[in-house]
Design a protein around this ligand. Structure first.
Ligand code: SF4
Ligand code: SF4
Ligand code: SF4
Length: 330
């Protein structure tokens, strides 16, 4: 069964996406949905699908990683079916968190939308003021979806170095990158049973192939750009970074009682690294944290010392993962 579906948007891509959320809410019998908020702080939990018109997955601002809050939301609603609208880095974090903490996905429906990038909160406020309103700024990113988004250097370093902004790994994945969003968006539901419940039809035709090719082309370019940017960030800062895991653990010791990066990270939310008898964070626990890092950049955003944590963690993660990949190949 074909589970990819090009949806006509009739000039209103955001409206079409909100319609898909509403369909998903009804067909999967959801009780609530975690969605990006309009403000700062905690994620917004909607209880009424009539409120879905307020949701905008393309708002270029990220102030939390929802994977941090989802287990708690599920615990607080033991009977409820909960939907979660996530960015790709939130899906990555949820996957890693689920492996570590054994979170059950039974009562959860995840929806991931291609991410078009986010500004730092300060930059977002400044740009919104310059544009006249946050709404004018929010509309801008979607306008450039076909090219893969606006100039990436404007965004947070996490977004510049993003492993992939392509919506993937969720129950329902919605694609806009590389597509003429005022005409069509992509709905990809990998599991046939889920696709059937949502009502995805076997609608792919040969006429659709150029849309898929164009999307593939833009997505490949974005992935290559992300790889080059990660390397450039590391090269530019290599002389001043904690360059390996042990140096990072020593850095955390110098940070004293500050644990802001631990507190905002979805992967440490339930499970901080602990200290050994020498007062240093346990090497194995910090290593597991770094390997699981989803690259969302919330830690960097929270660091009172403005340490370039995305670059530091990316560099260390790469050092830890490369030998693992080599082991797998051998
Ligand atoms: S890190 Fe990637 S997925 Fe996360 S907000 Fe930035 S561009 Fe989007
Ligand atoms: S360490 Fe930072 S970038 Fe990595 S998942 Fe945690 S908050 Fe996100
Ligand atoms: S947020 Fe910054 S200062 Fe605080 S512990 Fe983390 S790296 Fe250190």
């Amino acid at each position: 069964m074909n589970t990819k579906w090009l949806v006509e948007t009739n000039g209103d891509p955001l409206g079409a996406i909100q319609y898909i959320f509403a369909e998903a809410w009804e067909r999967f019998g959801l009780d609530s949905m975690v969605v990006p908020t309009n403000g700062n702080g905690s994620p917004h939990l909607l209880h009424d699908p009539m409120d879905l018109h307020r949701v905008n997955p393309f708002k270029p601002l990220m102030t939390y990683n929802a994977a941090k809050f989802l287990p708690q939301i599920l615990d607080e609603q033991p009977e409820a079916r909960v939907g979660a609208l996530l960015r790709p880095c939130e899906v990555r974090a949820l996957e890693a968190k689920s492996k570590r903490e054994g979170i059950s996905s039974e009562r959860m429906l995840t929806i991931c939308v291609d991410c078009l990038g986010t500004y730092s909160p300060e930059d977002y406020q400044w740009r919104a003021k310059r544009k006249g309103s946050p709404e004018s700024l929010d509309g801008e990113t979607l306008h450039f979806a076909r090219q893969g988004g606006i100039a990436v250097y404007r965004f947070r370093s996490a977004c510049q170095a993003c492993r992939t902004p392509i919506g993937d790994g969720a129950d329902i994945n919605i694609g806009v990158i590389g597509l003429p969003v005022r005409q069509k968006i992509l709905v990809d539901v990998p599991d046939p049973a889920t696709a059937e419940t949502l009502g995805v039809e076997s609608s792919e035709t040969t006429a659709d192939q150029p849309f898929f090719d164009q999307r593939e082309h833009v997505a490949t370019r974005l992935l290559q750009r992300g790889t080059l940017t990660r390397q450039r960030l590391v090269d530019n800062l290599e002389s001043i970074l904690p360059r390996d895991l042990d140096a990072l653990i020593n850095q955390f010791e110098r940070c004293g009682e500050c644990r802001s990066c631990f507190e905002v990270c979805p992967l440490c939310a339930a499970d901080y690294p602990t200290k050994d008898s020498a007062g240093l964070y346990e090497r194995k626990q910090v290593m597991q944290w770094m390997i699981s890092c989803a690259g969302c950049g919330m830690c960097e955003q929270a660091c009172p010392n403005h340490l370039p944590l995305v670059t530091i963690f990316t560099n260390i993660r790469q050092q830890l993962i490369d030998p693992m990949e080599t082991d797998l190949i051998n």
